[in-house]
Design a binder for this molecule. Structure first.
Ligand SMILES: [Cu+2]
Length: 357
């Protein structure tokens, strides 16, 4: 019982903690490997891969894949992959171009993403377009700036490759150049009889100050399912041999959406000791109202955010507030006469001025 309670407290703490959001980082996996990562419980991960091919007539073919995954327990996630231009649709007679895979992933070994050492996960999956039971055993090993990845896959009814059950192997490497930038490459292929391997090369970027990562990719894989990551798009004779594109990762903490329906109660803003409030400014509709206020030296200005979006009060010539949530506020005392120009860091077009006489 005590163990259960401890687990619950831990899960709640994760869900409400304002600290780092454990989103999947592309800095620890290459473009065509799922990796061993699972979202934290209470976190939904949305990844968007968009690849395209421009033919000699400047006709653009798009190859998007959406991945939606949710952490359901510690080290366990469920997810779905939806690609709208499956191999089956471009080269083989098939009922649809749309490929849907559902999967579960259990990280059986290793600490969370980014930790040093060995990690292992198993990913059973079902591919609806192929009506195929698929699975992947993923391994990765992180030492310093480098992560080496490997995967063994089983596919009962391969798309594009035809025939019966096949096994596939994949391997890749990610090298982090610094905290924010990595480069990666991988290759994945069905075993005999040989069909064209899938490959990728990418530059990955962690967007500073956010839980998002972004990758520029070049690959010949049409979708990001277990099957799509195992066979090249031109294996079926279609012309594109190389697709260019990007991936964007977006972790969403479900708890945050509660604020849509239950806004946080107003939090009183501490006015600096000894100061009276000379002006009130409201952040509303991505504007400061009023955008220019005039006070006397020694007075304070108090800002209140009524938008359901976080804003900041950031002075052009110095620091300012942290992110201010809805119904939150900030106050600052001004002792020196002058003109103080400020803006909102996430929305730099939001500008305001404090004139101190
Ligand atoms: Cu803002």
């Amino acid at each position: 019982m005590i163990r259960v309670r401890k687990g619950l407290v831990w899960a709640l703490a994760l869900a409400v903690s304002p600290g780092a959001l454990a989103g999947q980082s592309l800095l620890y996996r290459s473009a065509n490997l799922g990796g061993t990562w699972v979202p934290d419980a209470g976190v939904v991960q949305f990844n968007f891969v968009h690849r395209f091919y421009v033919d000699p007539n400047h006709f653009v073919s798009n190859f998007p894949t959406f991945t939606l995954a949710a952490g359901v327990a510690r080290n366990v996630a469920i997810g779905t992959v939806f690609g709208t231009k499956s191999l089956a649709g471009i080269g083989r007679a098939a009922a649809s171009n749309n490929e849907t895979e559902v999967y579960a992933r259990w990280r059986v070994f290793g600490a969370p993403e980014g930790s040093a050492g060995l990690h292992a996960s198993v990913t059973p999956a079902y591919n609806f377009l192929a009506q195929s039971v698929d699975g992947e055993l993923g391994l990765d090993w992180t030492v310093g700036h480098v992560t080496v990845e490997g995967a063994a896959r089983v596919v009962s009814k391969p798309l594009g490759a035809g025939g019966g059950a096949r096994a596939a192997l994949a391997g890749g490497v990610v090298t982090r150049v610094n905290r924010y930038v990595a480069v990666s490459a991988d290759v994945g292929s069905f075993l005999s009889p040989t069909v064209l391997a899938a490959w990728s090369a990418a530059v990955q970027i962690a967007i500073p100050g956010s839980p998002h990562t972004f990758a520029f990719e070049v690959s010949n894989a049409a979708t990001s399912s277990i099957q799509g990551n195992s066979i090249g798009v031109n294996a079926v004779g279609a012309p594109p041999s190389r697709l260019y594109g990007f991936e964007f990762t977006l972790p969403l903490r479900l708890k945050r959406f509660g604020q849509l329906f239950h806004p946080a109660p107003p939090a009183p803003v501490q006015v600096p000791a000894g100061a009276t409030v000379g002006a009130e400014v409201t952040m509303r509709g991505f504007r400061f109202t009023a955008d220019t206020v005039t006070i006397s030296a020694g007075q304070a200005v108090r800002w209140t955010n009524v938008d359901p979006i976080e804003h900041t009060i950031t002075f052009d010539d110095g620091p300012g507030s942290a992110l201010i949530p809805q119904n939150g506020g900030y106050a600052r005392r001004f002792d020196q006469p002058g003109t103080y120009v400020y803006h909102c860091t996430p929305h730099p077009y939001m500008k305001g001025v404090v004139v101190v006489r």
